[in-house]
Design a protein. Structure first.
Length: 134
């Protein structure tokens, strides 16, 4: 039954990439610009670990969302999430659900998957005149 969905794999991969990139970008916007107001952690100083992370999230999230330089952007984003987990979440507790690091782990492995799988459909990289039929 599920084999019939296999033909949609590139399209679903593209949607996964777009949504993950947009959410990652949103984290960078909060840290760089404090938007939306009241969102945690709020605006951060640029030359701090949070500020550098915000730049990676803003630029990396944009590139991932667009499907431009997807593999290198995803590799850097995965590294940032690994650092975020081990530096900020893991010291609080062994259990990700208790230390708040479950999203960092999920982002890390999602981005590692994009490094291996590439951008999928709907990407700037894949728009070189080729069309795929559904």
């Amino acid at each position: 039954m599920f084999d019939s969905f296999a033909r949609y794999q590139p399209h679903l991969l593209g949607l996964l990439r777009i949504v993950a990139g947009l959410l990652f970008l949103a984290h960078g916007v909060v840290k760089l610009f404090g938007f939306p107001p009241g969102a945690e952690p709020g605006q951060q100083e640029l030359l701090t670990l949070f500020g550098i992370g915000a730049i990676i999230e803003l630029v990396g999230g944009t590139l991932i969302m667009l499907g431009l330089f997807t593999r290198p952007a995803a590799f850097i984003a995965a590294g940032e999430m690994a650092v975020a987990y081990w530096m900020f979440h893991a010291p609080a507790s062994f259990f990700p659900v208790a230390n708040g690091g479950d999203a960092a782990i999920l982002y890390c492995f999602l981005f590692l998957y994009l490094v291996a799988a590439g951008p999928g459909a709907f990407s700037v990289e894949g728009s070189g005149g080729r069309r795929q039929s559904i």
